[in-house]
Design a protein around this ligand. Structure first.
Ligand SMILES: NC(=O)c1ccc[n+]([C@@H]2O[C@H](COP(=O)([O-])OP(=O)(O)OC[C@H]3O[C@@H](n4cnc5c(N)ncnc54)[C@H](O)[C@@H]3O)[C@@H](O)[C@H]2O)c1
Length: 386
């Protein structure tokens, strides 16, 4: 059975789990999966470039579950009232190839990116880091801010965006969290001064130099998230030359990350090695560290597993007639006959056709008496998942 987690479902799930717990749960799941890194089939994502953006497919598998994410990056979209990044993903069973979950991943990507930034910062930022600069105050920004506040102890964030309205929106959204002091700034240089951590999360499809060497202070940790495509960077190359650089999956980051500006043999460390204790994190207080984040498929695999598990736990989501459920699996043709198809595909068509139009209703698991066995089976399946 394929479960559907659409946007209203995921929003509701996040409310029920709690945003802070959700980020921590994702970080824990990603961390655990990074520790079994060698078990995963890995490849750089499959990309389709166009003048205004990129569309990417991100597949991976641990031999038991398979996942892929569809995601775009179109920095010009907000000028047309559209998001820069939108995404959805699928989790499937490797043994049968059947999809288990079709999920929205726009929100989920923002959450998992914040969770991965957190894992890297825990390993690389100076202990006791309190001040962060957040350059780029768009769709991803609140998630980064809250992840670092709740789970790393950041209590002051200096903000800068070329779009002052974006900074104002972020400050409005974070006003309910007064323990996090926010300081809007006039420039990147002003925001960065005195920061323990600098997060760059801007969107511009070009070789930008958001951070230049004279802005950098000894001991800073740079969480460079927005440079994630060939020809799309945020850091001046001289910063990379003096820093300890940590990446997710080197073959992908060589092409897409900040290190696309560096020789192909420039030293880097993959984050999973540090998490697995197979290499040091920060080596000394004065060291400049960079997490050259581009986003890797394994993080989305973990996210889909976490979402699937939490849906079961909270009784949310609904079943989707995405693939056939046939009494005779060779009789696909029966689906072209409406009368027969309804009879033979009953477990799927019922769930889909009965779906109420109202969102809040649509996201509640259908608990009709005939579905009880079904629900028990799904809950038992969830216990064995991931
Ligand atoms: N590494 C990852 O895993 C990962 C995941 C998600 C998104 N991203 C990337 O993060 C970036 C931000 O994504 P988003 O969804 O928040 O996009 P967004 O368009 O909503 O926000 C980007 C913000 O950057 C600002 N900006 C652009 N140029 C700037 C500059 N020179 N100085 C300061 N601010 C500037 C824009 O005004 C905008 O407010 C994108 O580049 C996206 O591709 C990376």
């Amino acid at each position: 059975m394929t479960q559907l987690a659409d946007l209203p479902t995921l929003s509701r799930l996040i409310r029920e789990v709690g945003l802070s717990n959700f980020i921590q749960g994702l970080a824990d799941t990603i961390h655990a999966d990074f520790l079994r890194w060698p078990q995963f089939q890995k490849q750089p994502r499959v990309v389709n470039h166009s003048p205004g953006g990129v569309i990417e497919l991100m597949p991976t598998s641990d031999g038991r579950r398979y996942a892929f994410k569809y995601v775009n990056g179109h920095p010009g979209n907000p000028a047309h009232g559209l998001s820069t990044v939108v995404a959805f993903g699928v989790l499937a069973d490797v043994e049968t190839g059947y999809p288990l979950l079709l999920s929205e991943m726009t929100l989920a990507t923002a959450l998992r990116t914040a969770a991965v930034s957190l894992l890297a910062a825990r390993a690389l930022a100076r202990p006791g880091a309190r001040r962060m600069a957040l350059i780029g105050n768009g769709a991803q920004a609140e998630f980064q801010a809250l992840a670092f506040h709740w789970h790393l102890g950041i209590d002051e964030i200096a903000l800068y965006d070329v779009d002052a309205q974006a900074t104002q929106r972020l400050m409005r959204n974070l006003a309910p969290y007064p323990s996090l002091r926010l300081r809007p700034c006039e420039s990147t240089a002003q925001a960065v001064r005195g920061a323990d951590i600098v997060t760059t999360i801007t969107a511009d499809k070009r070789r930008a130099t958001i951070l230049t060497p004279e802005m950098i202070e000894p001991g800073m940790h740079l969480n460079a998230v927005g440079g994630d495509c060939p020809g799309k960077t945020e850091l001046h190359a001289d910063i990379l030359r003096q820093a300890r650089v940590v990446v997710e999956f080197e073959p992908q980051t060589r092409v897409e990350g900040e290190i696309q500006q560096m020789p192909v043999d420039s030293p880097v460390t993959e984050l999973w090695r540090i998490l697995a204790g197979d290499g040091p994190g920060r080596e000394h207080a004065q060291q400049l560290t960079v997490f050259d984040s581009v986003g890797f498929a394994l993080e989305d695999f973990s996210t889909l597993c976490y979402v699937h598990q939490q849906l079961q736990r909270h009784g949310l989501g609904r079943e989707l007639a995405l693939v056939p459920s046939l009494q005779d699996p060779k009789d696909l043709f029966s689906l072209t006959n409406p009368g027969q198809a309804q009879e033979r595909a009953a477990p799927y068509t019922g769930a889909t056709h009965d779906a109420p139009a109202h969102h809040d209703d649509a996201i509640v698991l259908d608990a009709a008496p005939g579905d009880r066995d079904h629900r028990a089976r799904r809950q038992s399946a969830a216990r064995t998942l991931c």
